[in-house]
Ligand binder design. Structure first.
Ligand code: HEC
Ligand code: HEC
Length: 232
């Protein structure tokens, strides 16, 4: 696995997101419901149509998507409906486009809620919102987080690891704190990325909520403040 898959996949999304912003007149781009979208709003058929048209290119299952797989229950176990609808309406960080009216997007607030409920019904599984740990990022202590990172993450994400750097300045420039939180809490099973409640080196029973908050605060504290700091 390339040391910089995370940077490469998110970089590809920057290019994709740029297209979305600059050519919203085109029916075939993500974020634009097509004329073929005829199913009644709120039905499972409608949800799948909207998802396939507007979301799937970035959020597919397995190893396919560049962003968190929404077609898998691991994400839904922790995420709240409020968090999902907010991401859809307002976007998230630099890479997740906003689909709400204030961004000139195609969805009303009630459509975003209907899409959220629909996705949870289809992909949430039996585990719905059962995680003991919140899906929404909370503030932590960065210096404690450095110890968590060294013990639980560096084996895979450090210099000797094979999972790629998550302290790479270019990667941290692109990803939001919520995105980091989600990566730790939901994991990516198909990529071998553990979730918070699975064994990690030095943490056989996974992470506590405090450890997740702290390690995200540590990664966030490594984010460069300006583009020049991302130069090698
Ligand atoms: C057993 C190895 C392993 C451990 C331990 C591990 N990870 Fe990962 N992690 C991975 C793999 C594999 C990926 C997927 C990399 C890719 O994109 O191909 C990943 C992905 C990530 C991503 C998302 C990168 C992206 O593509 O957006 C973040 C953030 C992350 N890990 C943070 C952490 C943190 C923080 C810890 C410690 C609490 C940790 N990981 C522990 C293997 C591991
Ligand atoms: C151009 C690619 C792209 C498209 C299209 C896209 N997303 Fe995203 N989405 C992302 C990325 C990248 C993130 C993570 C951004 C971050 O946190 O830095 C994200 C984050 C999210 C999150 C938040 C995950 C979390 O951290 O809790 C949700 C929910 C979401 N997207 C839903 C959707 C839905 C629903 C659609 C379709 C209406 C959609 N996305 C379309 C790229 C995309």
């Amino acid at each position: 696995m390339s040391a910089h898959r995370a940077v490469a996949t998110l970089g590809a999304l920057v290019a994709c997101g740029g297209v979305v912003v600059s050519t919203t007149g085109c029916d075939r781009l993500p974020g634009r419901p097509t004329a073929a979208q005829v199913a009644a709003e709120g039905t499972a058929e409608w949800t799948i149509q909207v998802f396939n048209t507007s979301c799937r290119g970035c959020h597919a299952q397995g190893t396919e998507g560049a962003a968190v797989p929404l077609m898998e229950s691991d994400y839904w176990r922790a995420a709240t409906d409020e968090q999902v609808a907010r991401a859809v309406l307002e976007g998230q960080g630099m890479l997740m486009p906003a689909f709400g009216p204030s961004a000139g997007g195609p969805f009303t607030a009630s459509q975003a809620s209907a899409l959220t409920r629909g996705m949870r019904a289809i992909w949430g599984g039996a585990t719905r919102q059962s995680s003991e740990i919140s899906g929404t990022v909370v503030a932590g202590n960065a210096s404690n987080g450095k110890s968590v990172f060294d013990a639980a993450c560096a084996g895979c994400h450090g210099a000797a690891g094979s999972a790629g750097s998550v302290t790479d300045p270019m990667y941290l420039r692109l990803v939001s704190d919520q995105g980091l939180w989600t990566a730790v809490v939901a994991g990516r099973a198909a990529l071998g990325s553990p979730a918070w409640n699975e064994p990690m080196p030095g943490r056989p029973s996974g992470l506590t909520a405090t450890e997740v908050a702290d390690v995200v605060a540590y990664l966030s504290s490594q984010r460069p403040r300006s583009m020049s700091e991302t130069q090698p």
